[in-house]
Design a protein around this ligand. Structure first.
Ligand code: NZQ
Ligand code: ZN
Length: 387
């Protein structure tokens, strides 16, 4: 167990019929609100009316910044910052998934400064202040609702970079599982894959040889993500299953799993971000195409860790350490296929001939994230095992 500081300031309102609280929770930070949302799902499922009614009843003035796309773009973020400045918005209310919440976080960070918000992502500037953010989460996946991270794609440089700062935590996040019942089967599965990936990144890159508390927590989150996703895919409006997956995805990347692990990495995400930047694939689908190949690479260096994962998550009992390690990767890959999440870049229609340029782009993020050892050659090697 390494030393750690765990401080998560986000207030979470979880459960049925919690969305009407968004108005009062938001105007607590100011009446002049920028409402950020995506490409239209909230207008189809009634959330838009529900949130606007709550904000207006609480006395808010609403400026809208809709049209956030999945894998959010810097160019659209710039428009949101300009609007927030022109309208002197005091607080941002984001209604959507990780893409909407991340673009809203970038607007929170970019509105108080005169320079390009992208300078935060490349480490050229550091965040000193942000506008406050409240959120209504509509898809269980990214964990952005209760973390300090944001991921934006620079459409000019085609770089998709993630960045974290303690001032980016939402003040309040409302998690009503009912809001996720309209998420279709494919994005439900991609969200579960993303939550699992958040756990695996830490589980397989910690250098601490003995972390029983975190291991059991992380193994339980992976089991819950798979089991609740399976239940949802048999009945999309299963409230309890939606609630289980929603809270699992939040816990998978809110700082709890990493507390005490010491130094960890995010290598699968470092590679996947390029797939989303280049081909606009859904984040979770990009991850399931990368995860088995990266796990096979990492299992050669730490077979015991993968054998433990197989024993505890897939109840593997037979075989040597190496055999169990290989079987655990196969079991997870089989589950990705079972939920129709792609398990190769070929399944994403990404040609193998693109591997050098994908690796070339991913290396730029590896450098910003200071990931030792992840050079062009190694990333190409891993990608060649994902064909
Ligand atoms: O555009 P809208 O209307 O929002 O539709 C979305 C989008 O088409 C739709 N959707 C969301 N809620 C729905 C719904 N459709 C029907 N009913 C609902 N209730 O689903 C599609 C995907 O939405 P998106 O927000 O893109 O999904 P997700 O939550 O997986 O977010 C993906 C983004 O999160 C970033 C990823 O890089 C990606 O850009 N991540 C953010 C992280 C963070 N901040 O900590 C960490 C993650 O690793 C991840 O990188
Ligand atoms: Zn992710």
């Amino acid at each position: 167990m390494q030393n750690f500081v765990f401080h998560n300031p986000t207030k979470v309102l979880f459960g049925k019929d919690t969305i009407p609280a968004i108005g009062n929770e938001t105007v607590h930070y100011g009446n002049n609100v920028l409402l950020v949302y995506g490409s239209g799902s909230i207008k189809k499922n009634g959330l838009y009316e529900q949130v606007c009614h709550s904000l207006l009843t609480a006395g808010a003035t609403i400026t809208e910044h809709g049209g956030v796309q999945s894998n959010p773009l810097l160019s659209h973020t710039h428009k949101g910052i300009q609007l927030a400045k022109e309208k002197n918005c005091q607080v941002i209310c984001a209604v959507g998934g990780g893409s909407v919440l991340d673009e809203a976080k970038a607007i929170c960070a970019g509105t108080p400064v005169a320079h390009d918000v992208w300078k935060f992502f490349t480490g050229k500037k550091s965040i000193k202040q942000t506008l406050p953010l409240t959120t209504v989460l509509t898809i269980a996946a990214s964990g952005s609702e209760m973390n300090s991270g944001m991921v934006i794609t620079n459409d000019d440089s085609r770089q998709k970079f993630g960045f974290a700062n303690k001032r980016l935590y939402p003040k309040v996040s409302i998690l009503d599982p009912q809001a996720t019942c309209t998420v279709p089967a494919d994005y439900t599965a991609y969200g579960a894959v993303d939550a699992i990936a958040h756990v695996l990144e830490f589980y397989f890159t910690t250098e601490d040889p003995y972390t029983p508390v975190q291991d059991r927590l992380m193994e339980g989150l992976v089991i819950n993500a798979m089991e609740s996703c399976n239940r949802i895919l048999t009945q999309l409006d299963d409230y309890q299953a939606r609630a289980d997956l929603m809270w699992t995805a939040t816990l998978a990347l809110n700082g709890l799993t990493g507390a005490g692990l010491g130094k960890v990495g995010f290598p699968m995400h470092m590679i996947e971000h390029t797939l989303s930047a280049f081909y606009n694939v859904p984040h979770g689908a990009g991850l399931s195409a990368i995860i088995p190949g990266w796990m096979r690479f990492q299992a050669k260096r730490h077979p015991q860790r993968f054998a433990q994962f197989g024993e505890r998550v897939f109840d593997l009992r037979e075989g040597t350490i190496e055999e169990k390690a290989a079987k655990s990767i196969k079991e997870l890959s089989n589950w990705f296929q079972q939920v129709n999440s792609p398990t190769s870049i070929t399944a994403l229609n990404i040609p193998a001939k693109d591997i050098p340029q994908i690796a070339d782009n991913a290396v730029t993020l590896a450098k910003v994230w200071r990931m030792q050892g992840y050079d062009q050659q190694l990333i190409e090697l891993i990608l060649k095992d994902c064909i």
